[in-house]
Design a protein around this ligand. Structure first.
Ligand code: ADP
Ligand code: MG
Length: 236
């Protein structure tokens, strides 16, 4: 069966005043796949993800989600996308549950539907126990998991995560990676960035290596084995 393409990135360029951060990226991403984006600091990973998440606009080129242009009609696809930015955005004085209620209401969820979604997303990130504690009592990994939970409240078809496992403890990392797997099995498309080849190795269906705003290579881990072996890539 042919794979269904859910995201098409075409001739994408993003320039800041002094820097071309994304320099002509073309990429297709399939429905339900886990796609890993690797690359050293400054490669353009966050810039690329923020455009996919409709947070920033391309200088030129476009991204199509289910054939809808993000440049022309971003408002039509926003609700299909969940975004976990590199910087954690939570209200640290509030409890975990109150943070989720707040974000749920931002997405227009109320009452029983909101309650059920909160229960489900807490289950996905395995964070039921400490949910009444204020967020500033959480470890970094727990904050990250809560952030992921918040991004899933509106049941997005595409989840975009910027370094979700950076700086988190081993248990949280395991938990996040198993949530990613589960979501993909349920049909969610997951795109995430990482510094670690070993991490994307076990879980991503395909991965791309980004360098200086360009995709150097893309494929399955098996397809890219030779590339990584010969080039001895440093991803940090
Ligand atoms: P990565 O996430 O792979 O570390 P980024 O996308 O954050 O890379 O950054 C890519 C390049 O663009 C870097 O050189 C960075 O300094 C630059 N850059 C990122 N954001 C901005 C910005 N808001 N203004 C100017 N330059 C930026
Ligand atoms: Mg980044």
């Amino acid at each position: 069966m042919a794979k269904e393409i859910i995201i098409q990135i075409r001739d994408l360029i993003k320039s800041y005043s002094r820097k071309v951060a994304i320099n002509g990226v073309n990429l297709d991403i399939y429905k339900s796949e886990i796609f890993g984006l690797l690359g050293p600091n400054g490669a353009g990973k966050s810039t690329l993800l923020s455009m996919m998440a409709t947070v920033s606009k391309p200088t030129s080129g476009d991204i199509y989600i289910k054939d809808i242009s993000l440049v022309k009609q971003a408002h039509l696809v926003k609700k299909l996308i969940g975004f976990v930015p590199q910087e954690i955005a939570l209200y640290t004085k509030l409890s975990g549950i109150d943070n989720l209620k707040f974000w749920g209401q931002v997405y227009g969820l109320r009452g029983r539907v909101l309650q059920e979604r909160i229960e489900y997303v807490l289950f996905v990130v395995a964070l039921q126990d400490r949910i009444k504690d204020p967020v500033d009592h959480y470890s970094g990994g727990m904050k990250r998991r809560l952030n992921i939970a918040a991004s899933l409240l509106h049941n997005p078809q595409i989840l975009i995560m910027d370094e979700p496992t950076a700086g988190v403890d081993v248990e949280s990392r395991r938990c996040i990676l198993s949530a990613v797997k589960k979501l993909s099995e349920e049909g969610t498309t997951v795109i995430y960035t990482s510094h670690y080849l070993e991490e994307v190795d076990g879980i991503c269906h395909r991965l791309a290596f980004l360098k200086e705003g360009r995709i150097e290579t893309v494929g399955t881990m098996a397809e890219l084995e030779g590339y990584f072996a010969t080039s001895n890539k440093k991803t940090k």
